[in-house]
Design a protein around this ligand. Sequence first.
Ligand code: F6R
Length: 250
Amino acid sequence: MRIYQSEDYQGMSRRAASIIAAQIINKPDCVLGLATGSTPIGAYQQLIEMYKAGDLSFAEVKSVNLDEYKGLSPKNDQSYRYFMQHNLFDHVNINVANTNVPQGEAADADAECARYDRLIDDLGGVDLQLLGMGLNGHIGFNEPCASFATGTHVVDLTESTIAANSRFFSSMNDVPRQALTMGNKNIMDAKQILIMVSGEAKADIVCKAFSGPVCPEVPASILQLHKNVILVGDRAALCKLLETGAALCK
Ligand code: F6R
């Protein structure tokens, strides 16, 4: 794992955006695995700036998002499809037909998960997978559990994730209790992974995930087994991991 530390959220976002831009420049028709949540918003803004400046084109890029709340329509402003349109897709020249988010409203969620796995395969797999990390170590919506789940599946969200995500809804009761998420196999099959972490609140779980044992109780720990992971974080999120002696890239 290569670890890059930036001073703050802005620096972390610039670094992440540069890595994503490099991927697009190297392979204009690449498949990006995208994430939602508060962490990648700054990187998406940087990418929009690069596009507006004429330095980056998304014309041939394809994307697959990690996850979607079960039951939410794409028009719901809390859905992850809405998030992606609002925070990236509507502001760059990506072909919306080339963007994919699991369909939260699908009548048969298990069939939708199987379709999503086939779609990823048909696209030739993910070139660069972006990830954030939940306070409990989840990646996508792969919550701490007894065994690592594999392909795209329906998951019950934990109380800690429902509480953390309630900040985006008018009340806790409005937060969906289930989601469709890529599984650990989908994530681990990506050719390269870029995980972004920011803020003091993540320091303990970042340390546990990347210096502790690989176990499904800390889902992000599986990334220790991937050959090509880049961790970008700000000083606050990385401080405890660095105390364990983890080496930083310059
Ligand atoms: C979002 C996702 C989640 C988030 C995680 C961190 O698509 O898959 O795993 O990355 O919950 O969320 P933030 O960035 O809001 O702390």
